[in-house]
Design a protein around this ligand. Structure first.
Ligand code: HH2
Length: 291
């Protein structure tokens, strides 16, 4: 680990995550259901990119007991290109507004790299800003500091367009951990209180299979930083690499296995496409742990 990491190691695990007016308990892992309002997301692109389909999917995620809904209007899959902000806003705003009105009790997250989109989403009722670029953009930091939303700081190596072109690290755990700590400290210095910050190693974002596995195995080290840890493994490529070629929608078993392994290592927010399967698996795992 870096000096910054060593200095701050061994804080007790976070027990709550403050997101706007709600304080989410982390006593059990929370399930964040994915709602991609995009034509081109790697797994569900084109499935919910008109407002009615997006609302129907949101209803399903809620019925399946998602604790949080993460709405995205820009795919950041490997090789993807940025979407103009106006287009991203047009995709996410109607569904965010509907959700905030019809289901004000379900915390809403906006998955965006763009300050303007984050600000509009917070105005529409988002309780969480999920930034896969880890608040590199000072304007994103300003938006976070100017509201009370929870924030997810994710690690990504470079940009989506090129991140999977031969990703390399000296020590992936130290580099990703050091980055997350540095960005969290920067956010705190900018006025985002620590109980609002969650961290995420960014599975698949500029990582080989070995990097992804090393990061999942090392989750207990990230938990010791004292921030809630979010894990996004759902339907990702590494599952096909481990278990044989498959389409993303065929990776549910591997996704649930990886989510459970992450939860067992301390991840407290699981970002998933398959909410019902994950909720069921967590219920069984929790009952067995108690026994
Ligand atoms: N993964 C994706 C998108 N956003 N956010 C966080 N915090 N962590 C992740 O691992 C993560 C994320 C990629 O998944 P998906 O949204 O399904 O795909 P796409 O980027 O193609 O829309």
């Amino acid at each position: 680990m870096t000096d910054a990491a060593t200095e701050r190691l061994a804080r007790p695990p976070a027990t709550v995550w403050r997101c706007g007016r709600v304080e989410l308990s982390l006593e059990r892992p929370l399930v964040m259901g994915i709602l991609n309002v995009t034509p081109d997301s790697f797994s569900d692109g084109g499935a919910h990119d008109d407002p009615l389909a997006a609302i129907a999917w949101a209803r399903q995620l809620i019925a399946e007991k998602a604790d949080i809904i993460d709405v995205g209007g820009e795919s950041t899959r490997p090789g993807s290109r940025p979407v103009p902000v106006a287009g991203e806003l047009a995709r996410v705003r109607p569904v965010m507004t509907w959700l905030a009105t019809e289901h004000p009790d379900v915390p809403l997250s906006i998955d965006t790299r763009h300050a303007e989109v984050a600000a509009a989403a917070v105005d529409a009722g988002a309780a969480i800003i999920n930034d896969v670029s880890g608040f590199r953009d000072p304007e994103m930091v300003e938006v976070a500091a100017g509201c009370d939303a929870g924030v997810v700081v994710m690690h990504m190596l470079g940009e989506p367009g090129t991140m999977q072109t031969d990703p390399r690290y000296g020590d992936v755990i130290a580099e990703v951990g050091g980055y997350l700590l540095a960005q969290a400290a920067m956010l705190e210095a900018a006025g985002v209180s620590r109980e609002r910050i969650a961290i995420d190693p960014g599975i698949g974002f500029g990582k080989t299979l070995e990097h992804n596995l090393a990061l999942i195995r090392a989750l207990p080290e990230f938990v010791e930083f004292g921030y809630p840890v979010l894990l996004g493994v759902s339907r990702k490529r590494f599952i096909g690499e481990l278990a044989g070629p498959s389409e993303p929608a065929e990776r549910i078993g591997g996704s649930v296995a990886a989510a459970l392994a992450g939860a067992a290592r301390g991840a407290r927010i699981l970002r998933v496409h398959d909410v019902a399967a994950t909720v069921q698996a967590l219920a069984v795992a929790a009952a067995l742990d108690e026994a």
